[in-house]
Every structure is written in structure tokens, then in C-alpha cells.
Design a protein. Structure first.
Length: 128
């Protein structure tokens, strides 16, 4: 049997019933201050996400600094990484984190073969 998710002793259903400002009381201090400063922005974002989901549209955003609140759990949001939009499924354990934490902006570097003039030995090679 899977263990039920709780955040600071509250189940996800109880957290979803709370207002954003009431939920902020359960967050760590830095995150709590950020949520209380931008609670209206977060509430507007959540409402627009719910409307778009009802219509069947993709939820796309550049707002990487938005803090994940319980009402966002279960949504699929496409977050911009600087080049493309990356799909993020919001899960309960992501509560209190920022959207940008789950979308890396830098990819893994894959080096190819060195070009002409890259090393001393390649300078002596014929150019063909």
C-alpha cells in the first residue's frame, strides 16, 4: 500500500482547500515571504491554468519564479527554458518549489570532433 502524501502534517486535499495566503504559513521562511509578496500573481496564474485546462489548451509560461502551490498539483505546465517549452507534470512533492527548478536551462555538452586549427597537430593536416 502506498503511503499518502502529507506536507507539514496536512494531506493534499486539506491543502487544496486553503487560500494561497493560508497555505503560505506552512512554507519555510524564504518561500513564505515570496508567496506573501506575490500571492495575487500566483492566484491569477492558478485561475488562468484552470481555465486553459478546461478548454483543453496547453498551459505555457515564462514565469519560472512562480512557486508551486497545492492547487497546481495534477496540472501539466510547459515552462520555458530559454529556448523551448519543457513539459512539467506537477506532483505533490513539488509543493513549495519554483517551476524553474524542474526545467534546466543548460543542456549536457556533447563535443564533436575538433576542427581544423583546434590543436597543433591538426594545423599540419591537409585541408580537404
Amino acid at each position: 500500500m502506498a503511503k499518502e502524501f502529507t506536507y507539514r502534517g496536512k494531506s493534499i486535499e486539506e491543502l487544496k482547500k486553503l487560500d494561497v495566503r493560508e497555505f503560505a504559513k506552512f512554507l519555510p521562511s524564504k518561500t513564505r515571504r515570496a508567496v506573501l509578496r506575490q500571492f495575487d500573481t500566483i492566484e491569477r496564474f492558478v485561475k488562468s491554468c484552470e481555465k486553459k485546462q478546461e478548454r483543453g489548451k496547453q498551459i505555457r509560461t515564462h514565469a519560472r519564479e512562480t512557486i508551486i502551490v497545492p492547487k497546481m498539483v495534477g496540472l501539466t505546465i510547459f515552462v520555458h527554458n530559454g529556448k523551448t517549452f519543457v513539459k512539467v507534470n506537477i506532483m505533490p512533492k513539488m509543493i513549495g518549489h519554483r517551476l524553474g527548478e524542474f526545467v534546466p536551462t543548460r543542456g549536457k555538452v556533447q563535443h564533436g570532433a575538433p576542427g581544423i586549427g583546434a590543436t597543433r597537430s591538426s594545423a599540419a593536416m591537409s585541408v580537404k
